[in-house]
Design a protein around this ligand. Structure first.
Ligand code: DX5
Ligand code: ZN
Length: 234
């Protein structure tokens, strides 16, 4: 269970310090928005290049941009550990994923809530992670869309059937209240912006989310041997 805080909810005037607030995180989620693919505009390559230099944590770059075939490879070259492009925007996603991997990054594809996962089932070997958006992309602080959970389940089942080591990331509205449902459905990488950076103790919020995700899949707490009667002994 990995937690990637999104710096979209951090103080953009002091990103280096904001990254130091989350030493408990597994990576830093960097939301790149171009004002075209999504209505919002955030940051781009020069900021990612500097973040890669100052951050002790790997960078997980989520590109909400048009023409990722053209722009995404530069993020891998800038030092991002992972680069995620949107299925809705990529012209040649297999070629792009292979290019990202060739440049040494983990390649991931993101799917908006209304984008089906089924076309990706045969392409799972081309990516290291699939990001299922649990809000419409563009802004932090939106409510988690439970309608995406069946898609999380179908994706996890397809990955298991293929026997591939593909991670399932959920992004949007992940909080102490929703993280368990996402984990139970099969997600194993959790992006959280406002739930982490809105907390007084961001590092503790990360650990709390990870623990809740783990608890959701661990099942009932073992309280010693249980004898449930003859039915159990066949
Ligand atoms: C939304 C971004 C998310 C965003 C999540 O388009 O991709 O990464 O930062 O923010 P919260 O966790 O506040 O929903
Ligand atoms: Zn994101």
């Amino acid at each position: 269970m990995r937690v990637h805080p999104s710096i979209l909810s951090a103080d953009f005037t002091d990103l280096a310090a904001e990254v130091r607030r989350i030493p408990t995180a597994d990576a830093v989620h960097v939301d790149v928005m171009d004002g075209h693919f999504v209505p919002n505009l955030t940051l781009g390559l020069p900021v990612v290049e500097r973040l890669a230099q100052v951050s002790d944590l790997p960078l997980d770059c989520h590109l909400m941009v048009e023409a990722p075939d053209r722009w995404a490879p530069a993020y891998a070259e800038a030092g991002a550990a992972g680069v995620t492009f949107h299925a809705e925007a990529a012209a040649a996603p297999v070629r792009l994923a292979r290019e990202l991997r060739r440049l040494g990054a983990r390649a991931a594809v993101a799917l908006n809530p209304a984008t089906p996962v089924e076309p990706w089932v045969d392409l799972l070997g081309e990516v290291d992670m699939v990001l299922l958006m649990t809000v419409e992309p563009g802004f932090g602080g939106q409510s988690f869309l439970d309608v995406v959970l069946p898609k999380v389940r179908r994706l996890r089942a397809a990955i298991s059937a293929a026997g591939l080591p593909v991670a399932v990331q959920v992004d949007g509205g992940v909080s102490a209240e929703t993280v368990g449902r996402a984990a139970e459905a099969g997600a194993d990488v959790f992006v959280a912006g406002s739930a982490v950076y809105g907390a007084e103790d961001a590092a503790a919020a990360v650990e709390d989310l990870r623990a809740r995700a783990a608890a959701a899949v661990a099942g009932p707490v073992d309280s010693g041997p249980v004898d449930s009667g003859p039915a159990d002994r066949g």
